[in-house]
Design a protein around this ligand. Sequence first.
Ligand code: 13P
Length: 321
Amino acid sequence: MAADQSPRTMNKQLEALGLAPEAEVRRKYRQLLFTTPGIEEYVTGVILHDGTIRNHTDDNTQFSDVLISKGIIPVIKVDKSTTPHTGFEGEVVTQGLDGLAERLQEYYDMGARAAKWRAVFTIADNTPTEQNILFDCITLARYAQLCQEAGIVPIVEPEVLFSGSHSLERAEEVTTTVLRKLFDIMHWYKVDLEGLILKSSMVLAGSEFAQQTSAADVAQATLRTFKNAVPESVPGIVFLSGGQTPQRATENLDAIAELEAQEKNLPWEIAFSFSRGLEQPVQQAWQGKEENVPYAQEALIERLRLNSMADQGTYEVSMEG
Ligand code: 13P
């Protein structure tokens, strides 16, 4: 589960519910998520923002300890978000390498055993540029080196954005190019490919493209991309939900798992690492009200349960409540 929205992003989500964009409301929301009875049945790790790993429940238990007590691994988001790529209109680069070795040591001491870094690629007529891809891939490789040196598993996330008016073919071409470059560079810089997790977008036509991609086509394009670009030594791939509706993200995950089972012997474990795809229904059920916490927690368990079924290829749309 990715619960690592920055304070800014979390505030926007709170404001959309008509709630005050305040630290205490964010804390209450994270408390709701992490204390949900039974999440450990579905969740192996939770990605946290720096402000959240340092935060605690009402009774002063550190959030990381709440997770560890359930057998869930605290994961820390270590990038410091994106900034415009000077000279490259419409593109961004991810920052946060300064002081990263020291921060990783501190997070390790707080219980984190994996870390996440997100790079963002935008598809438009002239993007992503080769320069943008190269810059972010080298940065991801450096982050991965530092994580492995610190005994922390890097979750390497090159997100190709869903927003845009590109076709499925173009999404596949860009994602393949980015992943090939990323693994070439990580290999070149001696990152241990057996000791990382790839966090990927699904391959799908842009959100403004006239024809949205069927789940079967998403599955074909996504697995073909991985076969063409992800080395066999990589143990696992997890998906972000990327602004798809929760139900669509689950349907696509299910189609990918079904195809994976048919193809047999694919080298990677495939799973999900959604934020919005899990949390939207939780926020809707919660509405910032204490009395709604049990309903919000039920909504989280329901979404986790459906995605776990999808991950086995056993989800049906008719299971949606
Ligand atoms: P979404 O599932 O909302 O895309 O978020 C996952 C994530 O970790 C983005 O960095």
